[in-house]
Design a protein around this ligand. Structure first.
Ligand code: HEM
Length: 409
């Protein structure tokens, strides 16, 4: 590999087909790869487990790059920002302390392992009703007809939004995912993004207004109550948090379930082992998260100059960390390309690490465990219709666009 355009590489069809070979090459030969852009901006790409976990945990790597700009530039920049990015700026995912701590504190309690345990019977019922119509079919798309409806129903119920609007959420999520990706958005995409941001915000402004007058037993009402107790969030922050929870609460879990179904169909011995030893579901789900990480990549900005081994990171540099590469680093995982359903310890970074560690991890794990068990208990004679999988067009999110399956009669 000579000079490499990383953005192009990560967006290429070849890479999407076989990312792990390329990531291994990078880890071996260019573990801290620096790309300098035409405008002089610098982006790093880190691929070792050690570096990736270091960056995620070290407070010198931040999310809010604007705070590194001089005050007047920062204000001008914020005002010029397209509407969709103004929305992102209010997400805890893109904030640093103290705002991050305040926003995260508001929803934290809803996602504790204990809270999620109490949801299990409801998740099971949702999975059962998703699988029931599939039994009658010869063919179906596992992504659209199973992996998507379950997490979207669960998060919609938790939050308190009508599940019937799920097609709307699917459209919105597609647009949000596009802007989270590494793409340089076109003018047309920005206009579409702005319109979607506007629709989503109006949707939640209206719902929050209803909940303010008639609270229910849902997360939206709990957030309003916490806010009234003095946790002080602006209306715009509340709305943005609802959108983040709705989006993050299903977008990636759909990929986890679809990736796991795909891996299990491709590896019948692994599938048989899992179905004969159902107590290993929890470690199996973590192994699916490691082997096909639904979030492959995230990034930070260096708030200070520092060295990591031979790499001199300058203040303001963007540091992309490949969770996917870290999760297959042989320095951390024995036989990293093999699926070991009992792998323990399995300190994968699929949910990241440090201050932004995924809030929804216990929920995602419970959903995947239940969805996969119900699926393979109810439909056992399955096969993939296509030999080749068509992966999502994204450098950040990994999952099949569709997964057509046939039931053998
Ligand atoms: C953050 C992955 C499911 C809510 C994150 C991050 C990752 C991640 C990697 C951190 C990104 C970073 O550090 O830059 C995943 C995966 C999931 C999943 C792989 C499913 C398989 C969920 C679910 C929810 C959720 C079900 C439910 C609400 C969040 C939130 C954050 C987050 C709110 C931001 C946390 C913060 O900034 O402090 N997720 N997630 N995620 N996730 Fe998840």
């Amino acid at each position: 590999m000579s000079k490499l355009n990383l953005t192009q590489l990560l967006k290429s069809d070849v890479y999407r087909e076989h990312p792990y070979g390329t990531l291994e090459e990078m880890r071996l030969h260019r573990p801290r790869y620096l790309q300098t852009h035409e405008n002089g901006a610098r982006s790093w790409f880190f691929t070792t487990y050690e570096d990736v976990s270091f960056v995620l945990k070290d407070a010198r790597f931040i999310k809010e790059w604007r705070t590194l700009l001089p005050e007047d530039e920062r204000l001008a920049n914020e005002q010029r920002e397209p509407a969709i990015f103004q929305l992102f700026q209010k997400w805890m995912l893109f904030r640093d302390p103290p705002a991050h701590t305040r926003l995260r504190g508001l929803v934290n309690k809803a996602f504790t392992p204990r809270m999620i345990e109490s949801l299990r019977p409801r998740i099971e019922a949702i999975a059962q009703s998703a699988v029931a119509p599939l039994r009658e079919k010869d063919r179906f798309d596992c992504v659209a007809e199973y992996a998507f409806p379950i997490p979207v129903a669960v998060i919609a119920e938790m939050l308190g939004v009508p599940t019937e609007d799920r097609e709307l959420f699917r459209e919105w999520s597609k647009v949000l995912a596009l802007f989270i990706d590494l793409s340089d958005a076109s003018e047309e995409e920005l206009v579409r993004g702005g319109a979607v941001a506007h629709d989503m915000m109006n949707y939640f402004y209206d719902l929050l207004k209803t909940r303010r007058s008639v609270p229910r037993d849902d997360l939206m009402s709990a957030m309003l109550a916490a806010d009234e107790r003095g946790d002080r969030l602006s209306e715009a922050e509340l709305v943005a948090t609802c959108i983040l929870i709705l989006f993050a609460g299903h977008e990636t879990t759909v990929n986890l379930i679809s990736n796991a179904v795909y891996l299990l169909l491709k590896n019948p011995d692994v599938r048989q082992d899992l179905l004969q030893n159902k107590m290993i579901f929890p470690t199996a789900v973590d192994e699916f998260l490691r082997v096909e990480s639904p979030v492959q990549l995230t990034s930070r900005f260096a708030a200070k100059e520092l060295w990591i081994k031979d790499a001199q990171i300058l203040r303001g540099d963007e540091v992309n960390v490949s969770l996917a590469a870290a999760n297959r680093d042989p320095a951390q995982f024995d036989n990293p390309d093999a699926i070991d359903l009992r792998r323990s310890p399995n300190r994968h970074l699929a949910f990241a690490s440090g201050a932004h560690f995924c809030i929804g991890a216990p929920l995602a794990r419970a959903e995947a465990e239940i969805a996969l068990r119900v699926f393979f208990e109810e439909l056992n004679e399955l096969e993939c219709v296509n030999k080749k999988i068509c992966w999502r067009d994204s450098a950040v999110f990994r999952g099949p666009r569709a997964l057509p399956l046939a039931i053998r009669r």
